[in-house]
Write a protein that binds this ligand. Structure first.
Ligand SMILES: CC1=C(CCC(=O)O)c2cc3nc(cc4[nH]c(cc5[nH]c(cc1n2)c(C)c5CCC(=O)O)c(CCC(=O)O)c4C)C(CCC(=O)O)=C3C
Ligand SMILES: [Fe+2]
Length: 407
């Protein structure tokens, strides 16, 4: 019998979960193609979020859920706890995911699409497991998931797929309910447009202050990962090396944003950009993706930089990683370095982003041919169905995952 414990379970998989014979290959992947080529009838959407604490007493249990079995040192957890405590123990992420859910519901309604939107989290209530059970009880058995994460890596893609598999196993719904997942949307115009607007606005501000293009640096910031997870991000056959598909996707999106802004204003050709990482945890002995945003900011004055545009490229909303690690720490690093600094907006519930997400759902239901799928980089359009071995966790063994092709 699978464990019925309703809390998030990030620990070692139990016996039932290590079996590779669990039927998670969905109908959508049955033809073995990376893209879904036959129209699909989904009967509900599953918005899969990260989750965050709702009060001081939730902070430690939440952090334990996030880090279970992941070897994050206690000092780091205590430090991260103070970030949450500073905001009354409440992360804004749950309210933001709820707003996104409402915006998606409205967009679906406006298009006459009859799909209920269920919301479940990885690390806090409402837990995915309870949500899947609720959807099934209401008769919804063909779920299309949208995760609040645009890129490929264990933390940002596969872990959600493992969460889905675990939810199905723990509720006894594996084989009854299927969960497919919308492709990673890092290069979908709906995701990229809000960033283009934000960087444009910030550059205009600095340009109006008579800063030369060469004196402005655009820093695209994303969550750091253990280097081993970076290397394994994306399907193994792509073999993208250091940083893997995760870094390659961010760099490709950064390039598209800058190209667009230089096209609008050629004088911006002198403004350079780079990809930086934030929110590193893990033991100091373990290599993580670098450079760190604050370390880079400290070095920039020597390179003649006077202002930085800090772009939260890896995130969807202004949650704690943005409000603390960027708005407090990176902004403070810029002040110490004597740099002007602006942090640009996240997609949030920008109408283009919401429309883009619903376009992705529609594309999947209609099995739109790959040649007609919106994508702004040569890496895309990303796979509908994750390939075997995609984004595997370098630190733990195999766990079954839904929404992927079984080898
Ligand atoms: C790639 C990535 C994203 C982006 C994709 C996505 O959005 O999914 C992301 C988002 C987020 N990360 C968040 C919070 C945390 N992440 C942690 C820890 C970790 N994140 C990792 C990666 C990522 N994380 C990793 C490799 C770890 C190490 C432990 C592990 O291997 O799992 C820890 C533990 C303490 C610490 O180590 O910092 C916390 C508290 C919140 C919620 C913020 C809020 O509450 O408002 C959000 C949106
Ligand atoms: Fe994180």
């Amino acid at each position: 019998m699978p464990d019925q414990n309703p809390t998030a379970q990030n620990g070692a998989p139990d016996q039932a979960e290590t079996s590779t014979s669990v039927p998670f290959a969905t109908e959508a992947s049955a033809d073995g193609q990376p893209h879904v080529t036959t129209p699909q009838r989904y009967d509900a959407l599953l918005l899969a979020g990260f989750g965050g604490p709702e009060g001081q007493e939730d902070v430690l249990p939440f952090l334990r859920n996030v880090t279970a079995g992941r070897g994050i040192p206690d000092e780091r957890l205590e430090e991260v706890a103070t970030h949450y405590r500073h905001f009354g123990g409440v992360s804004p992420i749950n309210a933001q995911t709820q707003q996104l859910r409402e915006a998606i519901e409205k967009e679906l309604q406006d298009r006459g699409m009859d799909l209920p939107v269920y919301w479940g989290n990885r690390n806090w209530t409402p837990y995915l497991e309870d949500t899947v059970q609720e959807a099934a009880a209401a008769g919804h058995t063909r779920l299309l998931a949208l995760a609040t994460s645009a890129y490929s890596s264990y933390s940002s893609c596969r872990q959600y797929r493992e969460d889905f598999a675990r939810a199905l196993l723990n509720t006894g719904l594996a084989g009854t309910v299927m969960i497919d997942k919308v492709r990673q949307y890092f290069d979908h115009p709906g995701f990229v447009t809000p960033f283009i607007e934000g960087v444009d606005k910030a550059l205009r501000q600095f340009e109006a202050e008579q800063l030369a293009p060469e004196e402005i640096r655009v820093l695209f910031a994303t969550h750091s990962l253990p280097s081993a997870d970076g290397e394994r991000s994306g399907p193994p056959e792509l073999a993208l090396g250091e940083g893997g598909a995760y870094a390659a996707q961010h760099k490709a999106v950064g390039e598209v944003i800058m190209e667009q802004l230089r096209f609008e204003l050629p004088s911006r050709a002198g403004t350079q950009w780079e990809l930086v990482y934030q929110s590193r945890s893990g033991p100091a002995s373990q290599p993580w993706l670098e450079p760190d945003v604050c370390d880079r900011i400290a070095e920039l004055p020597e390179e003649g930089i006077k202002a930085v545009v800090i772009v939260p490229l890896g995130f969807l909303s202004d949650h704690m990683e943005v409000l603390w690690d960027l708005d407090e720490e990176a902004i403070e690093a810029a002040e110490e370095a004597g740099l002007r600094a602006v942090r640009t907006a996240t997609p949030g519930v920008h109408p283009e982003f919401v429309k883009g997400l619903v376009d992705l759902v529609q594309e999947r239901m209609d099995a739109v041919p790959v040649t007609d799928r919106e994508h702004l980089t040569t890496l895309g359009p990303w796979y509908d169905v994750c390939r075997p071995g995609c984004c595997e966790n370098a630190r733990r063994g195999f766990s079954p995952a839904a929404a992927g092709l079984v080898p």
